[in-house]
Design a protein around this ligand. Structure first.
Ligand SMILES: *Cc1c(COP(=O)(O)O)cnc(C)c1O
Length: 405
């Protein structure tokens, strides 16, 4: 969906409230667009039916697969929050958005450069689906700009970026990586789920397509799955065409929930960022912790780049245990009462998940520099909206349980 609404001069907190609320979609008399549950759209007469199909423009009734005001309002809200975006396509999950965006820009014979610390299903997409479509891939270390630049060849047509990296949280120099891609004639795509457009203006920083899993911060309540891809005019057209051909559509009920989540995303992110920093500081002083991988934390890896390029953070970060074995790590996680064990993040509730990334790193080292090779067991935390003092007490009980062999 493309279009414009609200006052672009307003600050992000205000934008979150006003975007996507066109009177023709809300009826003008209610705050939110109704949930239009519709496969069939009706035409007043035969002439308008004949005119509508070929027009294929955003924001027009046609048939359920092109959405209705509930989905249009969400897509437009996301576009309006992403500086430099012309339009946004919605997908039934973040992974579907990743697939949709890559399929929009790649064709057989192309080479994709993919950041080694990308979300595991993104890696698997390169190794599986894209390979079957005869797209080759090369993993690269996003912290080594020289090796990255040298990895381009004539057939390199796209670059997949993510910052901070999944699980291991390396902050990458996205403006430099995107600039090099552009100089080499490749499209740069960014998985911007961690920061969202509130914390990192992906397109403004040089990327061509910005992808988010809306399942995380936008949904915010662990009750829906959705993804988005936003881009300027040229790439939005390609995203939209591919998405239509793939038959991608999101349910109006989920779109309505996502819009509801979006309205409070700013305050939720602010709160969980503040709590995450307090908890990261506390963890950094614990003897059981070898390293805290949290861009928000002064002195932590990537903090300087985060300060330079980001306008916000979130509650997701990792830490590495010092000299612990698998059984001790399991005792830690099992003891936690406020942290659930689960793969997702970005909800109102806190989560913890152990991770061992060595098998999903080809171009980067794990454990990272500065860590004893014995210290390789990681735990990722998603800090929710609980009182951070309670979360710290919970983590302290976890550490106590680690010692009880
Ligand atoms: C969760 C996640 C995705 C995938 O989103 P789904 O909605 O779960 O399909 C993509 N990228 C990142 C960084 C994620 O954390």
């Amino acid at each position: 969906m493309s279009g414009g609404d609200g006052d672009k001069q307003h600050r992000p907190a205000t934008r979150l409230v006003e975007v996507g609320r066109k009177p023709e979609w809300t009826g003008g008399r209610v705050v939110n667009p109704p949930v239009y549950r519709a496969s069939t759209h009706l035409y007043p007469d035969e002439a308008s039916r004949k005119a509508e199909g070929p027009r294929n423009e955003d924001g027009r009734f046609y048939y359920g697969r092109r959405g209705a005001p509930t989905q249009w309002a969400l897509a437009e809200a996301i576009t309006e929050l992403e500086p430099g975006a012309f339009g946004t396509t919605l997908y039934p999950s973040g992974v579907a958005a990743i697939a949709g965006a890559l399929m929009a820009v790649l064709r057989p014979g192309d080479v994709l450069l993919i950041s080694d610390n990308s979300y595991e299903p993104s890696r698997m997409m390169a190794q599986g689906l894209l390979k079957r479509w005869e797209v080759e891939h090369r993993f690269f270390d996003p912290l080594d700009l020289d090796a990255y630049e040298a990895a381009f060849c004539e057939r390199t047509k796209a670059v997949w970026l993510e910052s901070p990296g999944s699980l291991t949280m390396e902050v990458c120099d996205i403006p430099a990586l995107a600039r090099i891609a552009r100089d080499k004639g490749a499209v740069s795509l960014l998985d911007n789920t961690w920061a969202s457009s509130l914390g990192f203006a992906g397109l403004e920083k040089g990327c061509d397509i910005s992808v988010m899993s809306l399942t995380k911060h936008v949904g915010g309540h662990s009750d829906l799955m959705m993804g988005s891809a936003s881009a300027g005019d040229k790439f939005y057209r390609r995203l939209r065409q591919t998405s239509q051909q793939l038959g991608q559509v999101v349910s109006p009920d989920d779109a309505s929930l996502a819009l509801r989540g979006l309205r409070t995303m700013g305050v939720r992110l602010e709160q969980s960022t503040r709590s995450a920093l307090a908890i990261a500081e506390w963890l950094a002083a614990r003897p059981e912790v070898a390293q805290v991988l949290c861009p928000l934390l002064p002195g932590a890896p990537g903090h300087d780049l985060w300060q330079r390029d980001f306008t916000g953070g979130c509650g997701l970060f990792s830490f590495i245990l010092k000299g612990a074995d698998n059984a001790a790590r399991a005792r830690f996680v099992d003891k936690l009462e406020l942290f659930g064990i689960g793969y997702s993040w970005g909800g109102f509730e806190s989560l913890a998940i152990p991770f061992d990334p060595a098998h999903i790193r080809d171009a980067m080292r794990w454990p990272p520099d500065g860590c004893d090779p014995e210290d390789a067991l990681g735990i990722r935390l998603s800090i929710g909206l609980e009182d951070p003092a309670d979360l710290i007490e919970d983590l302290a009980r976890g550490f106590a349980a680690m010692g009880e062999a």
